[in-house]
Design a protein around this ligand. Structure first.
Ligand SMILES: Nc1nc2c(ncn2[C@@H]2O[C@H](COP(=O)(O)OP(=O)(O)OP(=O)(O)O)[C@@H](O)[C@H]2O)c(=O)[nH]1
Ligand SMILES: [Mg+2]
Length: 402
């Protein structure tokens, strides 16, 4: 028991590490047997993920280190085929994978089926870059392949940029060649063909570098006043996107920490430390760094307002312990997820409030903190947020084999 807990804490630490060092996860998604695992192996240059002609070879999400980019590690994550699970679960998996991912590789082997289309839309709705990979290109002639890509680009126009739709051959079938021997007789031979993932690799690097540039642009944003309005506007958008992403990540880390941590007192400290960390992180993103002390003070102000506006369930949820103590009847996994969901949602709301505060130039505005917190709560669909929170927390717990 103790050992399994240690492993769980490690997982949370890894999540936090990821936040600090900007690790990047590339996650594959697609129907069974479209060649997801093969594609990752082709990128890695070794057979790290198990592949098979039989459907349903990959049953759990797996992760392998790929490359190091400016001190951060890029990981490749394999997932089970989307059709291994029924309709709703399929969409949920697509959502979860996309929520965990920094870049999604959506793999297909032909035109999009209806289910693929739904899952692709779900994945593309997460403000992460999604690449649509037409795998097994070796099964098409050059002209067929170009036509199919064209078709996929037009079907996904508005959803994906056209350059994010590309072809690959992760594990091309051997080619049969006929040899004419010295005596004039003919012999058939199977010729091995190497994977072709060049276009994908190039596009992936462009996407990864693009994200790096967003960071650079953010730092440059400190000088925004000297830039044209248009650039300043772009920087505002980048800042907001980054703030939201960071908030999502902290919320997930908090949700998982709350769900895994069986000690109420430790919950309280860990949860508050994470929230204070998020505030400090958001301050850095907005070029308005706060001291540790200041971030704790802001946290106290926001929690007080949240408590007053949302009632005790949420304040309790913020520190989560009481729910845990009173959960005798329910199964632990279920309650852990429910508590984690509340932990996630509270951090998420806190992040939105802090984001507004920093966007406002470290100010609550005329109505003070109460008005600022209320403005955020008015725009949040709490039921939907809680549902999403539970799904995302559950995804991490499942990945940890619970
Ligand atoms: N012709 C051809 N076959 C491929 C290609 N990529 C993968 N395959 C074959 O497709 C089959 C399925 O490949 P996997 O990589 O296991 O597919 P998967 O999507 O991971 O499948 P699940 O884990 O079962 O969901 C294997 O027999 C592969 O050899 C390709 O580019 N061309
Ligand atoms: Mg697989």
């Amino acid at each position: 028991m103790r050992q399994s807990l240690q492993a769980d804490f490690l997982a949370v630490e890894q999540l936090l590490e990821r936040l600090e060092h900007g690790q990047l996860d590339i996650v594959v998604l697609g129907r069974v047997s479209v060649g997801k695992s093969s594609l990752l192996n082709a990128l890695l240059g070794r057979d790290a993920f198990s592949t098979s002609p039989l459907h349903g070879e990959t049953v759990v999400t797996e992760r392998q280190a790929w490359k190091t980019v400016s001190d951060g590690l890029v990981h490749l994550c394999d997932t089970p085929g989307l059709d291994e699970i029924g309709g709703e679960g399929r969409e949920a998996l697509a959502h979860r994978a996309a929520a965990m991912a920094d870049v999604v590789l959506f793999v297909v082997e032909g035109d999009l089926t209806r289910n693929e289309w739904t899952a692709l839309q779900a994945a593309a709705g997460h403000a992460r870059p999604v690449l649509l990979v037409l795998n097994k290109a070796d099964r098409y002639t050059g002209a067929e392949c170009r036509r199919l890509l064209q078709h996929l680009r037009s079907r996904t126009s508005g959803l994906l940029p056209p350059e994010h739709v590309l072809a690959a051959s992760a594990a091309p079938a051997p080619r049969t060649v006929v040899e004419v021997l010295a005596d004039g007789s003919e012999r058939e031979r199977q010729e091995h063909r190497s994977p072709d993932v060049q276009a994908l690799v190039e596009r992936l690097w462009a996407v990864i570098e693009g994200q790096g540039q967003a960071l650079v642009a953010l730092n440059a944003g400190l000088f925004a006043s000297r830039l044209s309005d248009q650039v300043a506007e772009r920087i505002t958008v980048l800042r907001r996107d980054m703030a939201r992403r960071v908030t999502d990540n902290y919320a997930l880390a908090k949700g998982v920490a709350v769900a895994l941590n069986p000690v109420p007192a430790a919950d309280l400290a860990a949860a508050a430390a994470l929230d204070a960390g998020l505030i400090a992180h958001l301050g850095r993103i907005y070029g308005l760094p706060v001291t540790r002390r200041e971030s704790w003070r802001l946290l106290a102000v926001i929690i007080t307002q949240l408590g007053a506006l949302m009632g005790s369930l949420w304040t309790v949820g913020l520190f989560s312990s009481a729910l845990k103590l009173g959960s005798g009847g329910l199964s632990t996994a279920l309650t852990a997820t429910a508590q984690g969901g509340v932990g996630y949602a509270s951090t998420w709301i806190l992040g939105r409030v802090a984001e507004d505060y920093f966007r406002n130039g470290s100010s609550w505005g005329p109505g003070g903190p109460k008005r600022a917190v209320k403005a955020v709560l008015d725009t949040v669909d709490t039921q939907a947020l809680l549902a999403r929170a539970r799904t995302d927390v559950q995804a991490v717990l499942e990945r940890r084999g619970r």
